[in-house]
Design a protein around this ligand. Sequence first.
Ligand SMILES: Nc1ncnc2c1ncn2[C@@H]1O[C@H](COP(=O)(O)OP(=O)(O)O)[C@@H](O)[C@H]1O
Ligand SMILES: [Mg+2]
Length: 244
Amino acid sequence: MTTALLEVANVSRRFGSVRALQDASLTVERNSITALIGPNGSGKTTMFNVITGYLPADSGTIRFDGHDVTRAKPAILYRRGLSRTFQQARVFGHLTVQENLVVAGGFSVAQLFGRRVGRQDRERAAALLVEFRLSHVADLYASELSYGQRKLLEFAAVLMSQPKLVMLDEPTAGVNPVMIETMEQHIRQLHASGITFLIVEHDMNFVMRLCDPVVVLDQGHEIFTGAPDAVQSNPAVLDAYLGA
Ligand SMILES: Nc1ncnc2c1ncn2[C@@H]1O[C@H](COP(=O)(O)OP(=O)(O)O)[C@@H](O)[C@H]1O
Ligand SMILES: [Mg+2]
């Protein structure tokens, strides 16, 4: 039986009187690059937080890779192969670039300084540094990197776990065009190697080049799922963006 990699069904989540997600559903097929778009405040980040276990849903179900993960904690999901980045890049500023990668592999900071990190993880970190052209900054503190480099480091870090699904929250926001190009190449290569992506992104050119299908959220509910070329001419989507 082949099932979708991720199935979110009828998920709702409120913050007080704000209904951030209302009966929202989406499916991420294996080996797709699925986009999740929608106006500001439409619930995209909340959807990411609910899927990855950072926030509990009030109702609804989430299945990942054949398992019910509706109430699973982030660490469990991470081990199962689901990893993510954050809208505001989260890296450890007081650790070096290389140390950030090793920590992302599931090691605590104490283990890091106790030098009990396995050879495999050190090698994987070294390979990612080369792949992401971060070798020359490997020994700098993450706080010394540019914003774009921090986004790239965070992206590299999610790959330490050998994930099946990578969720990126606005990967190109605040990133210069050259770095966006780099990011796009990495996504294409990783996709070709079998990794599935779910990407929240405001840059519509980026989405149209890279993603299929595109899911559109509006006021916490999905209003469209389809091919990128069908999105821009869909009346409901246009209404949502124009605030009609
Ligand atoms: N932790 C929170 N507490 C209160 N309200 C929140 C919280 N997170 C999100 N919201 C609200 O939920 C709605 C959806 O927000 P969000 O998921 O961040 O949207 P998007 O990522 O699409 O811009 C917004 O109205 C936002 O203000
Ligand atoms: Mg957001």
